[in-house]
Design a protein around this ligand. Structure first.
Ligand SMILES: Nc1nc2c(ncn2[C@@H]2O[C@H](COP(=O)(O)OP(=O)(O)OP(=O)(O)O)[C@@H](O)[C@H]2O)c(=O)[nH]1
Ligand SMILES: [Mg+2]
Length: 190
């Protein structure tokens, strides 16, 4: 999928912040530079919210189940810029360490399944996150503002709809996450 136009905006977003997201596989790391882990994004949410589907939609590879209930995928934006995706339902999974950000998937019919994860990101993790509402092809019973209230979601946290089966839709969610991460870093540096 290298060169796929749907990732152009994603590439551009990364390009606005050179050095933030590397070094990457294949990059020459100078001996004096501290090693930084590669860019990693978490796709999480309750059971049957589309995590595996989302990872598969945007990945170069078929999603690999690396252990029970954990998906692993990869997006190659450039030869030297690779984003790794981890899908898991477990708050605080070891894959969360050092992640660039997280997407919490929510099925609007079962929003209570998202509470534990949202609470985890709001209170126990420094990882920036956004919320994407999946399973919306039948339409939303309530609008997004009502859903935000029902989730008790901080107004700063982006909330959007997504069809995890559609690579464009899933890519738009990743763009939103990366923009949010950059904005958040810009407003509280360090
Ligand atoms: N309508 C709709 N169906 C979806 C969407 N995303 C996934 N699905 C379907 O929902 C089902 C569950 O999707 P999965 O990707 O397996 O969900 P999951 O979160 O990985 O599920 P678990 O790993 O079992 O927790 C599959 O049949 C998908 O095809 C979506 O955005 N809209
Ligand atoms: Mg799954």
């Amino acid at each position: 999928m290298v060169g796929t136009p749907i990732f152009d905006e994603l590439r551009n977003l990364f390009a606005t912040s050179p050095g933030r997201f590397g070094p990457q596989p294949g990059a020459q790391s100078g001996s004096l530079k501290a090693a930084t882990p590669p860019t990693k994004i978490i796709i999480t949410g309750g059971p049957r919210t589309g995590k595996t589907t989302f990872v598969g939609s945007v990945s170069d590879t078929h999603p690999i189940a690396v252990e029970a209930a954990t998906d692993f995928g990869r997006i190659t934006l450039h030869a030297d810029l690779v984003v790794y995706l981890f899908g898991t339902s477990q708050p605080g999974h070891q894959a969360f360490t050092g992640a660039l950000g997280a997407v919490v998937l929510v099925d609007p019919r079962r929003i209570e399944d998202a509470f534990t994860m949202i609470n985890y990101f709001e209170n126990s993790s420094g990882v920036p996150f956004i919320v994407a509402v999946t399973m919306v092809d039948g339409g939303l019973d309530h609008d997004l503002d009502e859903l935000r209230d029902a989730l008790a979601l901080d107004p700063q946290v982006p909330l959007m709809t997504c069809d995890a089966r559609d690579p464009r839709s899933a890519t738009a969610v990743l763009q939103q996450l990366i923009s949010h991460t950059l904005n958040r870093n810009a407003s509280n540096p360090g």
